[in-house]
Design a protein around this ligand. Sequence first.
Ligand code: ARG
Ligand code: ZN
Length: 874
Amino acid sequence: QTIYLSEYQPPAYLVDHVNLRFELFEDGARVHSTLSMRRNPAAMQSGSTLELDGDSLTLESLALNGQSLASDEYRNEGDKLVIPTVPEAFELTVVTWIEPQNNTRLEGLYKSSGMFCTQCEAEGFRCITYYPDRPDVMARFQTRVEADKSAYPVLLSNGNPVEQGDLENGRHFVTWEDPFPKPAYLFALVAGDLVEKRDTFTTCSGRNIDLRIYVEARNARKCDYAMDALKRSMRWDEEVYGREYDLDIFMIVAVDDFNMGAMENKGLNIFNSSCVLASQDTATDAAFQRIEAIVAHEYFHNWSGNRVTCRDWFQLSLKEGFTVFRDSQFSADMGSPTVKRIEDVTLLRTAQFAEDAGPMAHPVRPASYMEISNFYTLTIYEKGAEVVRMIHNLLGAELFRKGSDLYFDRHDGQAVTTDDFVKAMEDASGRDLGQFRLWYEQAGTPVLAVSDHYDEVQGVYRLDIRQSVPDTPGQSGKKPQHIPFAIGLLDSEGQPLPLNMGAEDSNGPAERVLELTETQHSFEFHGLKERPVPSLLRDFSAPVRVHYPWTREQLLFLMSHDPDGFNRWDAGQKLAVDVIQSLVDAPQGTEIEPRLVEAYRLLLNDTELDQALVAKMLLLPSEAYLIELSEQADVPAIHDAREQVLTHLAQALRDDLLACYQRNAGQGDYQLTPGAIARRSLRNTALAWLLHIDDKQGRALAVEQFEQADNMTDRLGALRALVNSGFESDRIRALAEFFERFQDDPQVVELWFSVQASSDRAGQLPQIQALLEHPAFDWKNPNKVRSVVGVFAGQNLAAFHKPGGSGYRFLADQVCRLDDSNPQIAARLVSPLTRWKKFSPQYSSQMKTALERIRDKTELSRDVYEVVHKSLAD
Ligand code: ARG
Ligand code: ZN
């Protein structure tokens, strides 16, 4: 049941061309597929047996070179179709019958809001027809789609439309041809009653590309932002990576029921509606930014993923890590680079570090898996992107670009490995990345234990750094990795000091990237008249944990002096973490660090510093991050400590908060610039804090903002503040009004669910259960499931971890219920339980019981089986 990278073999047969014909009906679909195949000259095993993958298919007919095969000439083994003898080259015709209208797994061809659509990555194509469904089989596709013309006027597939016409019985067809060979996971089909928004883009070589976004008519006005983001992405990829678009048409389709965010199918990207549709009244700033990043991400895959694809699914990070890195560079260029970095690192340190320390830990290039859908993880995506970022930093922008040019040039049209990527970087730069490759092979977050020593007499400051990589399931005794460790030193005035590493040096640079390759390193810095304050791991130069005995003085100092914006923010986080942690289990009435209050007062009143950075610095570390940092977490205790600090800060800074709110109150037309986004963030943080202490004036401001906001960020900010306040009648009224106003908009209803599900006031278990009974809730829609069940278990941590284990039992029940209809979503929902060992015994034993309850369900899907069994293994 487990698949190993070490057992990789090239495919025995290749497909040169695929001819597909889809007959779409209300009670099912007939798929005619004609494959032009030949034996792979590079195949390792001999013999002439053909094996095709299939899942949930009804085989209607099978013919080899036009001769229909009798039932003893092939074997239908459920997930495989085996033809014992085939010639060197042949044409295979397969006809299958499938039922998209009953497909609740949302893999393969399915129906969403009345339209037909597909999701084939990773292994969905085999739910459409029998096929060698692996990414190293690349073929040219021609696809003819036939359906009722009035119900499905729009018929789409990959590539360019080459023919269309009417058929009998009110039906019609369109034929699409994709000139680029591709793996089956990039196949897509859409049929529906959709409106299109059109635009054009002229490429760097002067070609005109037809751009189209297809949506249901009610969403026609919510496409402008995505279209703009698409054009910005196309231009950026030309300018920064020299990548030009290659087809004459590029299409995006929005669908409501989608397991993931979006999919990069060649020329026909399919998006979860919530990741593409936006308008000022219905989308928050965060949603706009997410849409821009995802549109860019999927577009960038056209080169990093489609033109050059993965040899096998162990190489998933080849396309995902690289593409996430590319989209994060793009977002940094479009907005505030420091803020983007803070957001990426927050996600990495909170969720990826947790994954890397838990039972599902796996390397960026895993060595084995049971169900590949479970490996679309933060490790593959975010840690994978950090690994590419480190290569970028080690090589510098220019050599990195040489390396990416070489990679695209050398491997265009091929299915390759992460090793091929690193090799191209090495060949273009002349750098040896041999040891660096361990980042792809070893799981776990490296730990750097840093200590320092200052020799007053010699004026020498020394950093001692010890590296270790923790054991992870199936991996122990790891080797030290190649870690770029960016640092600076500050004098007592906050001025950067020159980093002189030889006794004779002077005028050294103010920042250096130390390259750690051994278990132990010492670095000396000369010519220092006083003990410096170190600024470590600047801009988070490597995905590692740094342990250094910070004093609160040092952190306060860095918070206001570090020239590295990221570390300035991080110093504030570290200080807040330290203060909160010291309150966990402390006696009632323990004093809260007065310098924290003063630091926040300074921030609240600082109008000089980049306001986007100020807005980020004001946010206290999340409960999830505090849990990640602790051993044997007691969530309610962590929650209470954090609330205490918040209450204390809000009370002490009440007037400053009001002033900050007023200063940042509505200023003219809605804009999506980093400055305007920062102002909204600041005023909504101020509002949230004021309402946290049930401030009367804050309440009046919140009600007014809720009613008069001209954008969703402010309306939702006010709603969230009211929901999390003690003003119960305002909470109830605001929630009702909000629903009344936006009930026809699924994206906003999702926000409405998640505001409640994430609130410890409005989202206790009985209230969550009531939300599941709400008419707007829909078990078949992954976004709704995520916005209630996922948000409750992932964000409303004190309620989820309520003593007694009711939250765990609830989650186990929902996982079991979903496992039958949508195993991918079910497996993802298990995740909050998988780290049971992280929590103090009273919680962990009940979490384990909940996992066992899932384990014992009958007919568990492979997806959930893998997660639950690995979590319970010792
Ligand atoms: N390749 C898509 C993206 O990252 C994600 C597809 C995920 N599909 C899945 N079955 N997990 O853009
Ligand atoms: Zn991707």
